[in-house]
Design a protein around this ligand. Structure first.
Ligand code: PMP
Length: 288
C-alpha cells in the first residue's frame, strides 16, 4: 500500500513520523474519514472543508491548499488502484519539543491513507444494531468541541470500550445535561410518524456529513426533518432509530440497553433512507 506523506507517496513500511510529532505526543491534530465508491470519492469537498475547519479551531496551519489536498487524495487512490474503500486524512501538528507549545512545531504533517473499508457485518444492516448508553458523557463543547474532528478521540474510545465490554458494537453518548449527543462514531436519528429528528450539534456531536445528506434525502421523500434537543425519552418512544456515518452509512438501531425500539426490526423509513443514500453515493462524487 502506498501512503501519502508530506508530498510523497511512500511504501507503507516507510510511512513513518517522528516520536516528537505532537500528533503522537498530545493527540494534537485533525483527521477525516472519507469513502470511495465505484471510483468516485464521496463528499470530497465537504470532508476537506471540515478538515480545514477543525484545523482552524486548533489554530493549526495545514500548509497545503484545499485543492492540493484534494489532488493528493485522488493521487493516493490512483496509486493504490482503489475504487472502493476508505480514505483517512490526517494532519498532525508536526515535530516539536516535549513541551506543549504548538507554535514550536514548524510544519504540519499531512498523511493520506487509502485503504479497504471495515464494514459492519451485512447481517446488521438486515437486522439492525443493538446499542447501549455509555456512562462516559460526550466532551463538553466548552472544553474540546466535538465538532472538531481531532486526533484526540479518547472520549469516543472510552465509550467504545463500554460498548464492546457490554457485547455490542456501538453506544449512545449523552452530554453533561443528559441530552442525546450522538454515538461514539456516528450520528443518531429518531423517526416518529412523519417526523425525523436529530440533535443539533451544539448538544455535543460532530456535524456529520452523512447526517447532513440524510436530512436532505429524508426531506425529499416527504419527511418533516428537524434538529431537536432530545433525551432518551425520544428513543424509547421512537418508531425507528438509526445511525449515520461515513463508514456505517445508514444503519438501523433496534435495541438500546436491551430494550426494544419500535417493533425491534429495521423500519420502513430507515430502509428507504439506506437505499436512497446508497443510490446517492454510488452515482455522485469526484471521479478519480
Ligand atoms: N460522530 C462521530 C464522533 C464520528 O467520528 C463520525 C465519523 N465517523 C460521525 C459522527 C459521522 O460523521 P460523518 O457522517 O461525517 O462520517
Amino acid at each position: 500500500m502506498k501512503i501519502y506523506l508530506n508530498g510523497d507517496l511512500v511504501e507503507e513500511q516507510d510511512a513513518k513520523i517522528s516520536v516528537f510529532d505532537h500528533g503522537l505526543l498530545y493527540g494534537d491534530g485533525v483527521f477525516e474519514g472519507t469513502r470511495i465508491y465505484n471510483g468516485r470519492v464521496a463528499f470530497l469537498d465537504e470532508h476537506v472543508d471540515r478538515l480545514f475547519e477543525s484545523a482552524k479551531v486548533l489554530d493549526l496551519t495545514i500548509g497545503m491548499t484545499k485543492e492540493e489536498i484534494k489532488d493528493a487524495t485522488i493521487e493516493t487512490c490512483k496509486a493504490n488502484g482503489l475504487k472502493d474503500g476508505y480514505i483517512r486524512h490526517l494532519v498532525t501538528r508536526g515535530i516539536g519539543t516535549l513541551g506543549l507549545n504548538p507554535y514550536l512545531c514548524k510544519q504540519a504533517s499531512v498523511i493520506i491513507i487509502a485503504a479497504d473499508i471495515q464494514l459492519y457485518p451485512a447481517e446488521l444492516y438486515e437486522n439492525g444494531l443493538k446499542i447501549i448508553t455509555a456512562g462516559t458523557i460526550r466532551n463538553l463543547p466548552e472544553a474540546l468541541n466535538p465538532r472538531v474532528k481531532s486526533l484526540n478521540y479518547l472520549n469516543n474510545v472510552m465509550a467504545k470500550i463500554e460498548a464492546i465490554n457490554a457485547g455490542v458494537m456501538e453506544c449512545l453518548m449523552l452530554n453533561s445535561q443528559g441530552y442525546v449527543a450522538e454515538a461514539s462514531g456516528d450520528n443518531v436519528f429518531v423517526v416518529k410518524g412523519n417526523k425525523l429528528i436529530t440533535p443539533p450539534s451544539w448538544c455535543g456531536g460532530l456535524e456529520g456529513i452523512t447526517r447532513n445528506k440524510v436530512m436532505e434525502l429524508a426531506a425529499n421523500i416527504g419527511l418533516e426533518v428537524s434538529e431537536t434537543v432530545m433525551t432518551r425519552y425520544e428513543i424509547w418512544t421512537a418508531d425507528e432509530v438509526f445511525l449515520t456515518g461515513t463508514a456505517a452509512e445508514v444503519i438501523s438501531v433496534i435495541e438500546l440497553d436491551k430494550r426494544i425500539i419500535g417493533d425491534g426490526k429495521p423500519g420502513e423509513i430507515t430502509k428507504k433512507l439506506i437505499e436512497a443514500y446508497r443510490q446517492f453515493v454510488n452515482n455522485n462524487g469526484v471521479e478519480i
